[in-house]
Design a protein around this ligand. Structure first.
Ligand code: FE
Ligand code: FE
Ligand code: ZN
Length: 275
C-alpha cells in the first residue's frame, strides 16, 4: 500500500490538519511551512504538535511532506533573494525539528539567467550552509517541469545537487508526476523505464515521496499545470499503475490537484479503492 493525502491549510494548527486528513480518509498530508508566496512563519505550539503526533501514531500515518515557500529561490541572480532564501531555509528547518522525522520538500530554484551549472552550485551552497549533522528532517528536492529557468528538470541535475552537498544523507527526492511528465519523462507508456533511469542516475533509495498529479499538458510541454486525477494527459489508468508500482509502496503520495475539499475526498477514495 501507499499513503495518500493532500495539501492542507495550517491556519487552524497541526492537530486540525491531522483530524481533517482522518476525515478525508487519508493517512499523510502536506502543508506550507509559511505562506506559499513568502512572508513570516507563525510560531509552532508544542502541545498542538503533540496532539497531531498522537493522531499520526494512532491512525498509522505515513511520513508527512511539508512544502517550502515558492518564493524561496536559492539560485536567483539577485544576491538579496538568495540571502533571503537561505534565511527561510534555515528557519524552516529549525522549525521542522518541532515536527520531527518528517519530510521537507522544496523547489530547487530558478537560475534566472545564470545558467543551470551556476544554479546547481548555488543550491548546493545553500544546502551546505543550512543542513547540520544531527537534524531529524529529510530534505527533499522536488523534480521540476523545466518551466522558465527552473533547475531540477532532469534526474542528472538533481544528482549533481546531491553530489555537491556534503551532508547528502539528509537529502531525498520528491517525484512530482505532473512535473516529470511535463519535463519529458513518459510515465504513461514507460513508467518502468523512467524509474530505471531514476535508479541509475539518483538511486531509488533517494525516492521518498510522490506528488500525485495529472497534467493539463502533453509530455515535454515544460508547463507545470496540474490537473485532477484522470482528467489530464496522464490519465487514470497510468495514475493507477504508478500508485500500484511495487517500487513505490510505503511512500507518501500527496495530491496537489486543482480541487476543493470534496474533490480531494473523492480522489483519496479513488486511490484507496485501488489498494
Ligand atoms: Fe512543489
Ligand atoms: Fe509538486
Ligand atoms: Zn507544480
Amino acid at each position: 500500500m501507499i499513503y495518500i493525502g493532500c495539501h492542507l491549510s495550517v491556519t487552524n494548527g497541526y492537530e486540525a490538519m491531522g483530524r481533517t486528513m482522518v476525515d478525508f480518509g487519508g493517512n499523510t498530508f502536506a502543508w506550507f511551512t509559511r505562506n506559499p508566496r513568502g512572508g513570516k512563519a507563525k510560531d509552532i505550539d508544542g502541545d498542538d504538535v503533540q496532539k497531531l503526533q498522537q493522531i499520526l501514531d494512532e491512525k498509522k500515518f505515513g511520513k508527512l511532506v511539508a512544502h517550502a515557500s515558492y518564493t524561496m529561490n536559492l539560485c536567483s541572480a539577485k544576491p538579496e533573494t538568495r540571502a533571503n532564501a537561505l534565511d527561510m531555509l534555515k528557519q524552516d528547518l529549525q522549525r521542522m525539528e518541532q515536527v520531527p522525522n518528517q519530510f521537507y520538500n522544496f523547489h530547487p530554484g530558478s537560475h534566472t539567467g545564470q545558467g543551470t551549472e551556476t544554479g546547481i552550485k548555488q543550491i548546493a551552497d545553500g544546502l551546505n550552509e543550512a543542513l547540520w549533522p544531527d537534524m531529524q528532517t529529510t530534505v527533499l528536492l522536488e523534480t521540476m517541469a523545466g518551466k522558465g529557468s527552473e533547475v531540477g528538470k532532469t534526474f542528472e541535475e538533481l544528482r549533481e545537487i546531491i553530489d555537491r552537498t556534503t551532508l547528502n544523507d539528509k537529502l531525498g527526492v520528491c517525484l512530482d508526476t505532473c512535473h516529470i511528465w511535463d519535463g519529458g519523462y513518459d510515465i504513461v507508456n514507460d513508467f518502468d523505464g523512467v524509474l530505471t533511469k531514476f535508479d541509475k542516475i539518483i538511486g531509488l533509495d533517494r525516492l521518498k515521496a510522490i506528488h500525485f498529479n495529472d497534467s493539463k499538458n502533453e509530455c515535454g510541454a515544460a508547463k507545470d499545470r496540474h490537473e485532477k486525477l484522470g482528467q489530464g494527459f496522464i490519465g487514470m489508468e497510468a495514475m493507477k499503475r504508478i500508485a500500484l508500482h511495487p517500487a513505490l509502496q510505503k511512500l507518501p503520495f500527496i495530491l496537489e490537484t486543482p480541487n476543493d475539499d470534496a474533490g480531494y475526498m473523492e480522489e483519496i477514495k479513488i486511490v484507496n479503492s485501488w489498494m
